[in-house]
Design a protein around this ligand. Sequence first.
Ligand SMILES: Nc1ncnc2c1ncn2[C@@H]1O[C@H](COP(=O)(O)OP(=O)(O)O)[C@@H](O)[C@H]1O
Ligand SMILES: [Ca+2]
Length: 496
Amino acid sequence: MMAEPREMKENKLWHRPLIIFITVLIVVGIIALVTTAVVQNKALPKKYKYGIVLDAGSSHTAVYIYEWPAEKENNTGMVRQTHSCNVKGKGISSYAARVKEAGMSLKACMDEAKGKIPVRRHHETPVYLGATAGMRLLMKENETQSEQVLSSVADFLRGYPFMYEGARIITGQEEGAYGWITVNYLSKNFHQERSTMGALDLGGASTQITFVSQLRVESPENSLHFRLYGNDYQVYTHSFLCYGKDQALRLTLAQQLQTGDRHLSDPCFHPGYQQEKSVDRVFGSPCVSTSLSRPTYANFTLNGTGNAKLCQSNVKRIFNFSSCTWGRCSFNGVFQPPVEGKFGAFSAFFFVMNFLNLTSSSLDESKEKLEQYCSKPWDEVKQSYSAIPEKYLAEYCFSGTYILALLENGYSFTSDKWRDIKFLKKIGGSDAGWTLGYMLNLTNMIPAEAPDAPPLPHSGYVSIMVLFSLLLAALLLLLACKVFGRPTCAQNKYVI
Ligand SMILES: Nc1ncnc2c1ncn2[C@@H]1O[C@H](COP(=O)(O)OP(=O)(O)O)[C@@H](O)[C@H]1O
Ligand SMILES: [Ca+2]
């Protein structure tokens, strides 16, 4: 009895052309919406841009290639390092006496860069060369030679199909600032309200300390102000020329040679280590003060005694803690507010502390381990680490001791604050160092104000649009039911 009228009404419903038309329209609409959403969100092949920065350090030159999606230049954390190449041989400042060869020394790495970057991008790829403390020292010693070295590398780089953007000596202030920008950019600290981290960079000829200070920076030369992505930063920075680990070693040796003895018993080298060293190499550096008396002999013999405690007291002597015309100083009369927040310590800080297995040790533990390490006989050390070049191996005891003295006594990282230092080489695949920050700055990739971004990501926008369209369609259908045949619709429910 009940089946008949229902079937009749059903037939009536499906024969209504308007209902059929609306249903078809809605189905087509839904299909179109979903298709659009899927097609629109399919990953497009990205267009990349590239940049090359040469870090002409005191000990060696490295070439870095960076890559970023063309349409996202201003978003933080978008630029990444895709390749790095170590130039064979020493730093460009070592070419002072044969300047013509300085440029050619870069050939292998620059040719490699040509192969790594798509040919169609070559002409729009900027190349920057920044020279650091080795060239700063050469500039002091012999301005002509340093200019000749720079023009040799500049001429050489101009010979490539890239967009040559200059070769220059960057200041210590820039080196510190760009290192700080790099680590915070890579850690994505500039967006949101995240706190930044300080940067500690140890090279062969200079070392940099850079961090945000709540306390007023008394000395204008140590004060930087940045407005990045809509936030203001008051940054303290200082670069100590001559306090990179290679120059610091010379300073320590020169101090010890004041006794006049040709046989130097050096506690910073392993027992059994013996080497003839040139007085010229130690005193030939503009870092070694002219107030120190230069021995008359040409060579001296260095004998290791492996005593980290004695080494530490020797090393401390290269810091002058006695004169300070500011409220507070680190050393050598340089203003420094108390260290604040977390720090990233990279380049030689990392190489040395990583080799010594001290990257996650406390300050006291580090001192203990270093004492043990320094007292190891040189033969044993050589045997244990046969793969490591002797040049580095011989100096880890000194370098480790120097790093502890610099951080603890120089910058005043107490045992407590020590935990805030993270020794690192890379952040998310890109090397920590000044080069990335330098390129970001010169290509204007860090805006002062946060770029205007739509409140929703694209996929979120499309999903919400689809969802609401479906909801609207359902409502329309319901409305259609109400208008064109309420009972039919109600009964139709039972059929379904
Ligand atoms: N594997 C390593 N172990 C120890 N020290 C290293 C290692 N690789 C590089 N270094 C050292 O790191 C320092 C890098 O300094 P560099 O950038 O060339 O000089 P600067 O920044 O003062 O111009 C040098 O002292 C170099 O000897
Ligand atoms: Ca460096």
